[in-house]
Design a protein around this ligand. Structure first.
Ligand code: MOS
Length: 724
């Protein structure tokens, strides 16, 4: 099915199941420990051996010698795989560095060897017996130092410019020119990257933890230089990803190589201390923002430049993305500048681009409002736009930013906000902050298969994943709504490359895209049902387990009397996203308190108001947003990979040293969804919300801390040492 014009009325609009608060159907399995994650899969043919990965001890250089003899003789060891015996390996399109080092080393903790043994402990013990000699080379590890040599990013990340930014900024009555920095960050998901691999002849089955099944199959086939048809990837439950599992990682490759070497299944989990340096991270940024305004508070010039680094061949952190679209202003420029760094490879982490970009832009907006003597909410409202400011011929498909800000201000008690440094409660300095939330909406081609059995049961199959987001539930809701059956009649099977290819989970496109694919397959199945029942043409109603056309009625199960009905389709998209800019909006409000003697910051209250199209399931959507708000507090106050600039690695590479918020850090959160349905986006009329929830939170925290203390810190995270 192709979606190339705005959606008319359709069965989803009934909202009898879709849009209703529905507890997640996989919840009981998860809380009772019965949902099998990658490392625990039991369907494996034969008893798996255990792999343990050895990571490179240098950031850049070559392996000059590697001696595995002692490890090979250690108790229980079956094999040691290194670049010398791994066979010829390719590289997937999406990996910047290779997933097995040797002889070249491209980054710290790049996999150098996998030891395979009967038990995990034996593999770990033997790994310590491998001797590796490195010829270390010097590298570039300091973004600030490499900034001067950075180059403009290209393609869709190339600089943009409209009007005369330099002239308009120079002549603006009120000017702001500030620089903000955000650090490298780690996804820190609960479940590590993990895989069990098993070969049957030249066919490979991989049980893994991966957000994107279809990409994973192609990338693994390219890496192992085998046909993708011979790879099956299974990933039904995922303990968090945040973008860290969008791409093929070394656990899958090393498990496959190890299983081939020992001729039996092998399981490999990346050890936690390896994850931050071995896998991807969100790159640090340096962002310069310039805003020029008239005394009426209207923006006449807005410029945003961002510097970030990556390995040669990598990409930038697209921190200027929202600045192209969020506020009006006739004269504007954005530029992403990329430096080559020899740190581990950077890539997407939840809301890549907008999350760190808004941490700068929305503080700059707060600073500018103060210069203008305007309320920060009013300043944003004055500069709203209903069209793409870089191309005014493109309206937004739907944009309710102003409502989010105003509704949020009213609910949060924004009018009680005091001047900076004026809010006091004993030793606590108390303040409020606001930031706009913005994240683009992306639709991805997505397929599904739907089966109707003779008992009226419906089974949905798609390679879509559930990374803890609630996919199982919203897909079941969609099928139940489309076919007019109770939710209990629907079984959802996900995360298997044997099923139709979906959009996968990433970029907050998962919910809308995957349910749209299910919608398409259900439209086909509805036609088949009507045909089988011998009902003539007409408007078919599917409701209460029955099908009705005119005055003819039958049970839906009757259509499958002669055998199961199976329909499969893929939702594809035309050019509507070119005609209409599709984005999601919100407003974050935060109340923070700072201890005036110790600098300790506590968050007191948070509110998010989101405008993100139709909300498919208010429970799982709310969970997404409160999780994202929590992550935003971490980004503002705690999260930072500390770079060792001499040796080129992230020092705090475990969950003890890489701090994220805990329950005590987040006392009160509230989430409000505006009642929207965006007909330009998909037949579901839904958009993404999981990343929107993070966008702007960091700035709202920073603005609240400024309002509390009167001290503006422009270097994240806002740790107490920066206030004393
Ligand atoms: Mo997201 S960073 O695309 O998983």
């Amino acid at each position: 099915m192709k979606f190339d014009k705005p959606a008319g009325t359709n069965p989803i609009d009934r909202m009898a199941v879709v849009g209703r608060p529905t507890p997640r159907i996989d919840g009981p399995l998860k809380v009772s420990g019965k949902a099998p994650y990658a490392y625990e899969q039991q369907d494996v043919p034969g008893k798996p051996a255990y792999g343990y990965i050895l990571g490179s001890a240098v950031a850049k250089g070559t392996i000059s010698a590697i001696d595995t003899t002692r490890a090979e003789r250690a108790p229980g060891v079956l094999s040691v795989v290194t670049h010398r015996n791994a066979g010829k390996l390719g590289k997937g399109r999406m990996n910047t560095a290779h997933l097995l080092a040797g002889p070249k080393v491209e980054h710290y903790h790049q996999a150098v060897a996998v030891v395979v043994a009967e038990t995990f402990e034996q593999a770990r013990a033997a790994a310590s017996l491998i001797n590796v000699d490195y010829a270390r080379e010097s590298g570039a590890f300091d973004l600030a130092a490499a900034r001067a040599g950075a180059k403009d990013a290209t393609g869709s990340d190339a600089p943009t410019s409209v009007g005369d930014f330099a002239g308009a900024f120079a002549s603006a009555g009120v000017q702001l020119d500030q620089t903000y920095t955000t650090p490298d960050q780690s996804h820190a998901m609960m479940e590590p990257h993990a895989t069990i691999a098993a070969w049957e002849g030249d066919s490979l089955t991989i049980w893994t933890s991966n957000q994107m099944i279809n990409w994973g199959v192609k990338e693994l086939a390219a890496t192992l230089q085998m046909p993708p048809e011979k790879v099956r990837l299974i990933s039904p439950y995922i303990g968090g990803g945040f973008g860290g599992k969008l791409f093929l990682r070394t656990d899958a490759v090393m498990a496959a190589l190890a299983a081939r070497a020992v001729k039996r299944p092998v399981k490999v989990a990346l050890q936690r201390p390896l994850i931050p340096n071995n896998t991807t991270h969100r790159p640090a940024t340096i962002q310069r923002i310039r805003i020029g305004c008239g005394s009426d508070g209207r923006i006449t010039a807005i410029g945003h430049e961002s510097w970030s680094g990556d390995l040669e061949g990598g990409g930038p952190e697209a921190a200027t993305q929202q600045t192209k679209l969020l506020y009006a202003g006739a004269n504007r420029m954005t530029a992403l500048r990329l430096a080559v760094l020899d740190l581990p490879e950077g890539n997407a982490m939840r809301a890549p681009g907008e999350a760190p970009g808004l941490m700068a832009l929305e503080v700059a907006m707060d600073e500018m409002a103060e210069k203008l003597g305007m309320d920060p909410v009013a300043f944003r409202v004055v500069n709203d736009t209903q069209v793409d400011p870089e191309d005014p011929s493109r309206p937004f498909s739907q944009r309710n930013l102003v409502r989010c800000l105003e509704e949020g201000a009213r609910r949060f008690g924004w009018n009680r906000r005091k001047a900076p440094g004026q809010g006091r409660e004993g030793r606590w300095l108390v303040g409020m902050g606001v930031a706009a939330a913005f994240r683009n909406n992306i639709n991805g081609k997505s397929g599904a298969r739907v089966r109707l059995d003779r008992a009226g049961g419906v089974t949905v199959e798609t390679d879509m994943t559930d990374i803890g987001t609630g996919t199982y539930t919203i897909i079941a809701q969609t099928a139940a709504e489309m076919l007019g059956v109770p939710l209990a009649k629907v079984t959802v099977k996900l995360g298997d490359s044997a099923f139709p290819a979906s959009a996968g989970s990433g970029g907050q496109w998962g919910a809308n895209s995957s349910t749209s694919g299910v919608y398409a397959a259900c439209v086909k199945l509805r036609d088949m049902v009507v045909g089988k029942l011998g009902f003539g043409p007409g408007d078919a109603q599917f409701e209460g387990g029955q099908v009705r056309v005119g005055n003819r009625v039958a049970d839906i199960a009757d259509a499958a009397k002669g055998g199961e009905l199976v329909a499969e389709d893929t939702m594809e998209y035309g050019d509507l996203a070119k005609t209409f800019q599709q984005s999601t909006f919100g407003a974050h409000f935060v109340e923070a308190a700072v201890d005036r003697y110790t600098g300790e910051t506590r968050i007191r209250r948070m509110l998010a108001v989101c405008a993100a199209g139709r909300i498919l399931n208010p429970i799982s959507a709310r969970s997404q947003v409160i999780g994202a708000m929590t992550m935003g507090v971490g980004g503002a106050l705690m999260e930072e990979l500390a770079v060792d600039k001499r040796f080129g690695f992230f020092v705090n590479h475990d969950l003890a040293g890489y701090e994220v918020p805990v329950h005590m850090d987040i006392p009160h959160q509230d989430v409000v969804f505006l009642d929207e349905a965006d007909d330009k986006v998909s037949p579901m009329k839904a958009k993404g919300v999981g990343e929107l929830g993070l966008c702007g939170v960091g700035a709202a925290v920073a603005n609240a801390v400024y309002n509390a203390t009167g001290i503006r810190v422009r270097e994240y995270p806002l740790t107490l040492d920066k206030y004393l």
